[in-house]
Design a binder for this molecule. Structure first.
Ligand code: NAP
Length: 282
């Protein structure tokens, strides 16, 4: 029977570390960190993410500036706002809530962010540095995946890690991070042949397909660590990519959904914001 990797508990410990760091610096006389969140329109997911971000910032002593724009905001206005935030010395991190309204060019808008404030790791500079193995802001979900795996106490080095999914925000950066931890990495996608066999050879299986309950016991090797990144709404409930009850007896460790990867990501965002803050204020 496997062990549950509790993202909430791991996030709680990380929050305590972050708060300690902030309190210490504030006691030395520094201003606290500041995260600006830009939200255009009224996407339900984005509103819920910004509410969570605000709550966590309040808890940790981070100033949270939410800038709500109309869903009809022009590209010019959006870019001017980003220029102002980029130049504002009191703002350490900026997050643009995605998806953007359809008339806006996501690539052009996210490219305007200063890479020094790009705490979600979206800019080409941060991505380029990341893939070259240089210090950069790394997207929060893949960072959470690594943190959860490390928390099991099992070593990543030399393990065969299989990542199912190759998106720019989850699959590819998760695979790159696993590689940087010296795993032997295989990336799978919708055109992969023999997916079951490939997954079954994994010591670490990261599932990021967005197909609820797709990964059943036939995909999992006895004793594997299984990280379920999937979050799909099914009949009003959030569902992972892994058939939890079937895989739990086979895996050594498994993340639940909810309460696994998703429980960590906002905390990772604040961790990145604090890194930007320290660089900005010194
Ligand atoms: P995405 O952009 O839709 O990418 C899905 C990936 O899965 C694609 O690479 C696709 O392959 C692959 N795939 C789809 N069906 C497959 C199949 N039958 N066999 C093998 N591969 C298959 O999704 P995403 O943005 O990476 O997100 C993945 C999941 O994670 C979603 O459920 C999303 O909601 C969730 N998510 C959770 C968090 C969190 O914090 N917990 C954060 C971000 C995303 P192709 O490239 O060939 O199409």
């Amino acid at each position: 029977m496997g062990n549950i990797i509790d993202g909430k508990v791991i996030a709680k410990n990380l929050k305590m570390e972050i708060k300690e760091q902030i309190d210490k610096k504030k006691a030395e006389g520094l201003r606290g960190p500041c995260l600006a969140a830009v939200l255009a329109g009224s996407d339900g997911g984005s509103i819920s993410y910004t509410n969570n971000q605000k709550k966590l910032c309040d808890e940790l002593g981070v100033e949270y500036r939410k800038i709500s724009l109309s869903d009809k905001v022009s590209e010019k206005e959006f870019l001017e706002l980003l220029d102002r935030l980029n130049n504002d010395k009191e703002v350490d991190g900026i997050i643009i809530q995605l998806p953007l309204p359809k008339h806006l060019d996501e690539k052009k808008i996210t490219s305007r962010l200063s890479y020094l404030k790009d705490v979600d790791g979206l800019t080409d500079i941060n991505l380029g540095k990341f893939y070259k193995g240089e210090s950069s802001f790394v997207p929060c979900t893949p960072q959470s995946i690594i943190k959860l795996i490390k928390n099991t106490g099992c070593s990543i080095e030399g393990k065969h890690a299989v990542v199912v999914g190759r998106s720019n925000i989850v699959g590819k950066p998760a695979a790159a991070l696993l590689l940087s931890e010296n795993a032997t990495v295989t990336i799978c996608h919708s055109k992969t042949k023999n997916l079951k066999e490939v997954c079954k050879s994994a010591d670490i299986l990261v599932c990021a397909l967005g197909k609820p309950s797709f990964i059943n016991k036939e995909y999992v090797k006895e004793g594997a660590i299984v990280i379920d990144v999937g979050t799909t709404m099914v009949e009003g409930k959030i569902k992972g990519d892994v058939l939890f009850d079937e895989v739990m007896p086979i895996a050594s460790f498994l993340t639940p959904v909810p309460g696994g990867v998703g429980a960590m990501t906002t905390t990772m965002l604040i961790k990145n914001t604090c890194e930007a803050w320290i660089k900005n204020v010194y």
